[in-house]
Structure formats: structure tokens, C-alpha cells
Design a protein around this ligand. Structure first.
Ligand code: NAD
Ligand code: IPM
Ligand code: MN
Length: 356
């Protein structure tokens, strides 16, 4: 087997703190396995501005295109908020340049997490859905976009091809899951949303085994609170998906646990937690590493077909949550490093238990 190339974009503020944790767990979990990898550090985001003068240097695009996977923590923050090209611009561009049109954001409440959810246990038990967020079009990329002294313009745009491919992505995922798709839009008002719903309907006809329901996005923000267990695959435009996925994260108790994967038609996937660089807690050593660790597990499963290694990591995450070895955002008192060490130790013991 070949050595897998993983581009590492270490990120800003808590980015490097959780990346260190994720890589420590990757190292522990792959010890004594046949999975071999090489980490390639590349400048990106605020770190890209500092080290290479741009949030997305051409060299980072080039090396990412040749990689087997790209692993990102989180970028941005006050240090670069007034930069001519902000870190966030680099993030949008890397998604676009790698043609990563679908962003998969899971919301799964495990037994260990039930008590940490802000919702009552009977509401959250068995919650397991994925948000399939369109990532390279919609309000984020439509032209014209202008910010002038007395007016500003954003454009929400979708082409037939863009909507069709995200629908197929979602319906195919549903076939491998619980065979239910929820289409989210604002088709009572927006043209792009009427278009979205029409195409969803057409594409849906070729997936006879998948049931469909439709929600306006405002009602959907309530529904994921009121009955989160009824959803399976949620297909949603870019901007709405950004918003709804943060809300969905909170169902699990903390956004500091949620991974994501961005995929295109070909080329490497990009893996990143859904949260940001959390400048409010950076430098204190208390960032929750679980999101990054889950992101590493997702990469192992989806890009490298290493489910067994990923399962060890997931078991380690369950273990620390069950034993309350968690950071303050989850009601714990442990530091990032302590939580990470617990996971690494668990994985080492898991290995020896495995051999027995
Ligand atoms: P945020 O997601 O960084 O933080 C929101 C809240 O969640 C904060 O209270 C933060 O402390 C908490 N939080 C997030 N991750 C956590 C973790 N791992 N452990 C513990 N607590 C965690 O959102 P924000 O504050 O609105 O944005 C901060 C910066 O991040 C901005 O520059 C924004 O543009 C950027 N951002 C980047 C990404 C990304 O890189 N994909 C995503 C979202 C926001
Ligand atoms: C996310 C973030 C990004 C987005 C920002 C930082 C550009 O909020 O990944 O969810 O809006 O897509
Ligand atoms: Mn977001």
C-alpha cells in the first residue's frame, strides 16, 4: 500500500491547538497498522497571510490538489479581520478551487452525549442525521457582489447543474442510510429556492426507495429542535446550511464535537470541524479537541477506507465523554492536552485488548 499524502492546514487561534490533538490521536491509532501517511504542512488562512502573504497561496492549492486528503482545523479571527484578503476568503476559495460542492455535517447523539444535550433526553435519543450543505454556490458566490458607501449587493444564484449534483449526492447518501431526505429552502419567497425544490422533486423520482419531505428553512430551525430524530439526510443551500448546521451542533451539547467532510466529483476531500477558530478561548488550552479527532476519524473512513482504525478513535471519544473527561464547553474541567492524552491512552489499551 502507498503512503497517503495528507495536507495539514493548521489554522488560527484554537486551530493549531486542536490540530495537535487530532494528529496525536491519528498517530496513536495508526501505530502497528499498515496505514502509512505523510503530513504536508501548508500555509492557509491567517497563518497563510502571516507566512506567505495570502490566505490561500498558489502553492497550497497545488499541493492540496495532489494530496489524498486535506485536513483543516479552523481559520480566521480578529487579527486578520481587516486584511485586504481575509482568511475566510481563502476558505471559500479552496472549497471552490477543489470543486468541493457538497459539505457533509453529521449530527449524531450517542448514548454518552444524551445528558449533555440542552434538549430533554426523550427528544434527542437516537438523533442521527446529516446535513448535506451545498458549498460552492448560492449566496456565497453569486455575482454581482458589491460593498459600496451607500449600497451593498449579494446575489443568490443557482444553476441547474449545481442543484442537480447536490441532490444526487444527498439522495445517494440516503440510500445508504435510512432512506429519507428532507429538502430545505425558502421556496415561498426566493426564486433560487423554487428552483431548488423543483429539481429536488425531479431528482427524487429516480430514487424510488427514498422518501422526501420539504421544509421552509424558518420552520426547519424549529423542527430540528422539536423532533431531531425524524431526520436522516437534510439537503440545504449554502447559506441556510451554514446557519442550520451550527444550530444542529448544539443538539449534541457542543459545537466542539462536530466534524465535516467536503467532497467534489473527483480529487481529494477536505475535512474540517464545522466550528471556527474560537478566538474567545484561544491560548487557554481548553479548546475541545473532539471535533478535530472526529474529523480525523471521518477522513480515515471516507478517504482511506480505514474503518477499523476510525472505530478505535470513535471508541476513544465515547470513552472520554462517558467518563466526563471533557473540556469546559461540555461541562468538564479538563484541558485540551489532558483530554487528548486520555484518548491516546485509551487507544493504546484498546490495541492490547484487541490482541487478546
Ligand atoms: P466559532 O465557531 O469560532 O465560536 C463560536 C463559539 O463556540 C465560541 O464561544 C467558541 O468558544 C465555541 N467553540 C467553537 N469551537 C470550540 C471548541 N473546539 N471547543 C470549545 N468551544 C468551541 O465562531 P465565531 O466566534 O463566530 O468565529 C470565530 C472566527 O472563526 C471568525 O473569524 C470566523 O470567520 C471563523 N470561522 C471559521 C470557520 C472555519 O474555519 N471553517 C468556521 C466558522 C467560523
Ligand atoms: C463554516 C464557516 C465558513 C462558512 C466561514 C468561515 C467562511 O462559518 O465553515 O461553517 O460560512 O462556510
Ligand atoms: Mn459556519
Amino acid at each position: 500500500t502507498s503512503v497517503k499524502k495528507i495536507v495539514v492546514l493548521k489554522g488560527d487561534y484554537i486551530g493549531p491547538e486542536i490540530m495537535t490533538a487530532g494528529l496525536a490521536v491519528l498517530d496513536a491509532a495508526t501505530k502497528d497498522t499498515t496505514f502509512a501517511y505523510e503530513l504536508i504542512d501548508a500555509p492557509f488562512g491567517g497563518d497563510g497571510i502571516d507566512r506567505a502573504g495570502d490566505p490561500l497561496p498558489q502553492s497550497t492549492i497545488d499541493v492540496s490538489k495532489q494530496a489524498d486528503a486535506v485536513l483543516l482545523s479552523a481559520i480566521g479571527g480578529p487579527k486578520w479581520d481587516n486584511a485586504p484578503r481575509r482568511p475566510e476568503q481563502g476558505l471559500l476559495e479552496i472549497r471552490s478551487k477543489l470543486n468541493l460542492f457538497a459539505n457533509i455535517r453529521p449530527t449524531k447523539v450517542t448514548a454518552a452525549q444524551i445528558d449533555r444535550s440542552p434538549l430533554k433526553p426523550e427528544y434527542v435519543e437516537n438523533t442521527d442525521f446529516v446535513i448535506v450543505r451545498e458549498l460552492t454556490s448560492g449566496a456565497y458566490f453569486g455575482k454581482p457582489r458589491k460593498l459600496e458607501a451607500h449600497q451593498a449587493i449579494d446575489t443568490m444564484y443557482y444553476s441547474e447543474e449545481e442543484v442537480t449534483r447536490i441532490m444526487h449526492q444527498g439522495f445517494k447518501m440516503a440510500q445508504k442510510r435510512n432512506k429519507h431526505v428532507t429538502i430545505v429552502d425558502k421556496s415561498n419567497v426566493l426564486a433560487t429556492s423554487k428552483f431548488w425544490r423543483k429539481i429536488a422533486n425531479e431528482v427524487g423520482k429516480s430514487y424510488q426507495d427514498v422518501t422526501i419531505d420539504y421544509y421552509y428553512v424558518d420552520a426547519m430551525t424549529m423542527a430540528i429542535m422539536a423532533k431531531p430524530t425524524t431526520f436522516d439526510v437534510v439537503i440545504i443551500p449554502n447559506l441556510f446550511g451554514d446557519i442550520l448546521s451550527d444550530e444542529a451542533a448544539q443538539i449534541t451539547g457542543s459545537i466542539g464535537q462536530i466534524p465535516s467532510m467536503s467532497v467534489g466529483e473527483s480529487g481529494p476531500n477536505l475535512y474540517e470541524p464545522i466550528h471556527g477558530s474560537a478566538p474567545d478561548i484561544a491560548g487557554q488550552g481548553i479548546a475541545n479537541p473532539i471535533s478535530m479527532v472526529n474529523t480525523v476519524a471521518m477522513m480515515l473512513t471516507e478517504s482511506f477506507d480505514e474503518k477499523r482504525i476510525a472505530d478505535k478513535i470513535t471508541a476513544a471519544v465515547d470513552y472520554i465523554i462517558e467518563n466526563h473527561c471533557v473540556t469546559p464547553d461540555m461541562g468538564g474541567t479538563m484541558t485540551t492536552d489532558e483530554v487528548t492524552q486520555k484518548m491516546v491512552d485509551y487507544i493504546k489499551n484498546y490495541e492490547s485488548a484487541d490482541i487478546k
